[in-house]
Design a protein around this ligand. Sequence first.
Ligand code: FPP
Length: 254
Amino acid sequence: MTNIDPQNLPRHIAIIMDGNGRWAAKHTMGRISGHKKGAESVRETVRACRELGIKCLTLYAFSVQNWLRPSSEVNGLMNLLEEFLHSEAQELIDKGIRLTMIGNIDALRETVKKVLEDVILKTSQNTDMILNLALSYGGRDEIVGAVKKVLRDYAAGKITPENVTEEYFSTCLDTNALPDPDLVIRTSGEYRISNFLLWQSAYTEFYFTDVLWPDFRRDDLMEAILAYQKRERRFGLTSDQIQDGQGKGQGNSD
Ligand code: FPP
């Protein structure tokens, strides 16, 4: 495989981890076994991103809509998440990885919330990489939350309609200080955005692979990054303008 260019890495990779259920069916196993295997891919992907120098990785681990799945599957996913946070905490601390989350933390059960808050706090000073988990997350839900924040700021006299800019609105989203994703990967051959980072993905490059998430390994990540590096990010400009360096300062092109 051609080497990836360390000078042109996506600063922020976000992944829609899809295909756990189909992986389980293919191996005549229950859906939770697919999610368990998917947790191994999470571990490997976090390690690979850290080693490659990716600064931010967002994983779509549980959507607002996922609450509607059978309660046995929801419980199984929450158990896995809790186990993952307990087992990975020390590695995150040691490797300089800061854990953050987007979505509704209060919707999570108490035991998950507790360990999540604990690891977020213990890793809050880490600066090498951010692992951002989307939990009970929905893009529309997040935008509605941001509008409520704008209205609260308006009521408190902190903002006027004239002051509402894209930059200000971005700070009202859950992602707040995070850079927009440069690359969104979706596994399992589905071509949808599924309510993920709707505002933030305005200029994101998308990469779709047929690989089911539990089979996703370091080489698949490298392939996605290589594909990203072959793209020309134009941010609405022409190709000639980009060659002249006018796209500098947009996204990760600075
Ligand atoms: C989508 O596959 C996957 C999910 C809804 C959950 C993702 C969870 C994990 C990868 C494991 C735990 C996460 C962490 C962070 C430890 P699907 O069930 O929709 O698959 P299908 O479309 O094939 O049915």
